[in-house]
Design a protein around this ligand. Structure first.
Ligand SMILES: Nc1ncnc2c1ncn2[C@@H]1O[C@H](COP(=O)(O)OP(=O)(O)OP(=O)(O)O)[C@@H](O)[C@H]1O
Ligand SMILES: O=P(O)(O)OC[C@H]1O[C@H](OP(=O)(O)OP(=O)(O)O)[C@H](O)[C@@H]1O
Length: 210
């Protein structure tokens, strides 16, 4: 039995469809929004829906053998997991954004609002810029508007949320996409099953690019 942690929310449906096509179906999983654990013995799989930022925790601690997490989460929390494949979905970028026309005069620590405190700290440390991190859990774009922060470090996809809150990207840190991750012990013990899924998912990705 392969235990698979899927991210609830924007990525979940697409990820499950990819796994289904890879030969790991679980009938009914997309029809029921309340049940969180689904088992389908004929395909030797048990899926469960986790909060996207928790998937890596389930995988690193062995409650899931594999799972799907955004590269943002992997960089922020550095869980002890193997990163097996870039699934090419959930594409966005990590960026610094500020109110239009913002100029950092360097006179005091820069107030940075973010969900990604480690990523932001690393970025500004490499620039030798003192910062005051303001940790938020969502709706980051309103922080500068309300005077809580000078800038934000957050995910940008279309740029619509930034625009609506009168912000603009001032630097792009790195591209982000969803990754297939594996528990390190499970990768040894369930090698064949995991390899099968990696191969099938890679094949699908190649076909999509043809
Ligand atoms: N606007 C976006 N466009 C594309 N991908 C995104 C976007 N926002 C987030 N992602 C990617 O999808 C993953 C899941 O994001 P989602 O918004 O579904 O969860 P979340 O609300 O951030 O998670 P949590 O509630 O666990 O903090 C993120 O880790 C990131 O890799
Ligand atoms: O560039 P865009 O296409 O506008 O997308 C970017 C937005 O999407 C994410 O937020 P999410 O929807 O996950 O809500 P959150 O504020 O709760 O994180 C991200 O944190 C940005 O706010």
């Amino acid at each position: 039995m392969l235990n698979i942690a899927l991210p609830k929310g924007r990525l979940g449906r697409i990820v499950y469809k990819q796994f289904e096509q890879a030969g790991f179906p679980c009938p009914g999983i997309l029809e029921d929004n309340r049940t969180l654990v689904f088992e389908y013995p004929p395909a030797k799989v048990r899926y469960f829906w986790a909060k996207p930022s928790d998937v890596a925790t389930y995988v690193s601690r062995g409650s899931a053998d594999i799972g799907v997490a955004g590269k943002d989460i992997l960089l922020e929390y550095e869980p002890a997991v193997y990163e097996l494949l870039d699934l090419g979905i959930g594409a966005c970028r990590m960026a610094v954004a500020a109110p239009t026309g913002f100029l950092d005069d360097g006179s005091r620590p820069l107030r940075v609002a973010t969900k990604f405190a480690n990523i932001a700290a690393g970025y500004y440390a490499s620039r030798r810029r003192d910062i005051d991190i303001i940790r938020l859990n969502g709706s980051i774009e309103i922080a500068p508007l309300l005077g809580l922060s000078d800038v934000i470090v957050d995910i940008v996809e279309t740029g619509k949320t930034l625009k609506e809150n009168r912000l603009e990207v001032i630097d792009t840190l790195l591209p982000i996409s969803a990754r297939l991750i594996a528990n390190q012990a499970a990768f040894q013990f369930k090698y064949l099953q995991i390899q099968k899924i990696v191969q099938q998912l890679s094949l699908q990705k190649k076909e999509e690019h043809l």
